[in-house]
Write a new protein. Structure first.
Length: 412
């Protein structure tokens, strides 16, 4: 279960309520017209499970992911969060970047006989992904024809799709109306996470429940938050997610791509708009970035994410150390209590400094909660995108960089 609270000073007027109703209706139209497909993924992706159950997943103990951005960040986030409560899940190895040192280190971890390989690219021709895939084929002398340990996830009829068909490799398709950064609840995430041993049906159920609740009108806090972010965007253009759990680090990286690539746009009137996303981890970043938040420019809005029950009983020993006895008052306190009290104290310091913030609390780490918080952020992104009057689902700035790279590398 997720609970939400906010400390925003603005109250909505009846006129503004009408505007928010119109924004809500815009998302309902997007879903009904099926032009934007991620809304329906929690229901539609359950069909993938039928296909997956036909694969002998038990023969693999490693799941290798070859993808970048939306083709890896969501998978990595879910794996990081759920691994502690799923100790029997399989090792996941991620090939994302072109860094040769990391590529070489990851190659050394792979047992060819026990690994399955997922090459993931919506377009089918992502240069980092195809280059790394070639490297793995060459290093491990992978047999391609009728391969039972290689899986492709891509758009139907993409170049990667045609490659998979040519070699008779099992292929999963991403719906054409689902963008890469919104695709984690499609085959992009569901197939490899299933192979790794996670309960993906529960992840989809969590997302499905929250989506249904939102479109019933039961999650109006999301509209209120989107409106606060939008109306303050010129003065407070930095949106900070302050997550109080190390395992949420990769989730914040997923959020940064989702937020930055969806909302940093030129709007339909030609204005540059957007919100700069920053991901922090508490309590570590209390000792670095918090000073800037409290006494620096008031150009930030903060979201705190915390976990009520870490399902871990580790406590501080009842030991007194000479000359540092002043910390003895916390002896015998659980670290679960400590990190959540640190979160509360930081939030209080932020609100007392006049900085707008809100909180998202997970009652515990669970597949259901992870599905819910993923769809929460996707819905929030779509709401703010409507308010900014941008195309939330394209990325022309990214495409420009790709064109320059191809040209510089000598592509004719």
């Amino acid at each position: 279960m997720l609970t939400f609270s906010d400390y925003f000073s603005e109250k909505t007027s009846s006129e503004n309520d009408n505007y928010l109703t119109d924004v809500f209706k815009s998302l309902k139209r997007e879903m009904a017209e099926d032009k934007v497909g991620y809304y329906n993924l929690p229901k539609n992706s359950k069909k993938i499970l039928t296909d997956l159950k036909l694969i002998d997943a038990d023969r693999f103990s490693q799941v290798v992911i070859i993808g970048i951005g939306g083709s890896s960040l969501g998978i990595k986030a879910i794996n990081s969060i759920l691994k502690p409560i799923n100790p029997d899940s399989k090792e996941m190895i991620f090939f994302e970047n072109s860094d040769p040192i990391t590529i070489s280190e990851n190659i050394s971890k792979i047992d060819k006989e026990k690994a399955c390989f997922f090459i993931i690219s919506k377009s089918g021709s992502t240069i980092e992904t195809t280059s790394i895939f070639k490297t793995l084929i060459n290093h491990f002398n992978l047999e391609l024809d009728n391969a039972k340990n290689i899986f492709a996830i891509t758009d139907k009829d993409s170049s990667l799709s045609k490659f998979a068909s040519f070699h008779n490799i099992k292929e999963f398709n991403i719906p054409l109306n689902v963008g890469g950064r919104f695709s984690v609840l499609s085959a992009v995430g569901i197939a490899p996470l299933y192979m790794a041993g996670y309960d993906v049906a529960a992840i989809l159920d969590g997302a499905d429940s929250f989506t249904d609740s939102f479109f019933r009108g039961d999650e109006n806090h999301l509209l209120k938050k989107a409106n606060y972010l939008y109306t303050n965007s010129k003065q407070k253009s930095i949106n900070v997610v302050f997550s109080y759990a190390d395992r949420l680090d990769n989730f914040t990286k997923w959020y940064v791509q989702l937020w930055g690539e969806s909302l940093g746009k030129i709007d339909k009137e030609g204005n540059r708009v957007g919100l700069t996303p920053i991901g922090l981890i508490g309590s570590v970043d209390q000792h670095s970035f918090l000073q800037l938040i409290i006494e620096g420019p008031k150009d930030k809005i903060i979201t705190f994410i915390n976990i009520n029950n870490f399902q871990n009983s580790l406590s501080i020993p009842d030991i007194s150390l000479k000359e540092i006895e002043k910390t003895d008052f916390i002896n015998k306190t659980s670290f679960n209590t400590l990190i959540n009290e640190q979160c509360k104290a930081t939030m209080q310091s932020v609100t007392e400094s006049g900085i707008g913030c809100d909180t998202i609390t997970l009652d515990k780490i669970s597949e259901h909660n992870i599905g819910a918080i993923i769809i929460y952020y996707e819905l929030l992104t779509s709401l703010v995108g409507v308010m900014f009057n941008v195309n939330t689902y394209n990325q022309p700035g990214v495409e420009l960089g790709k064109q320059i790279l191809y040209k510089n590398l000598g592509k004719k």
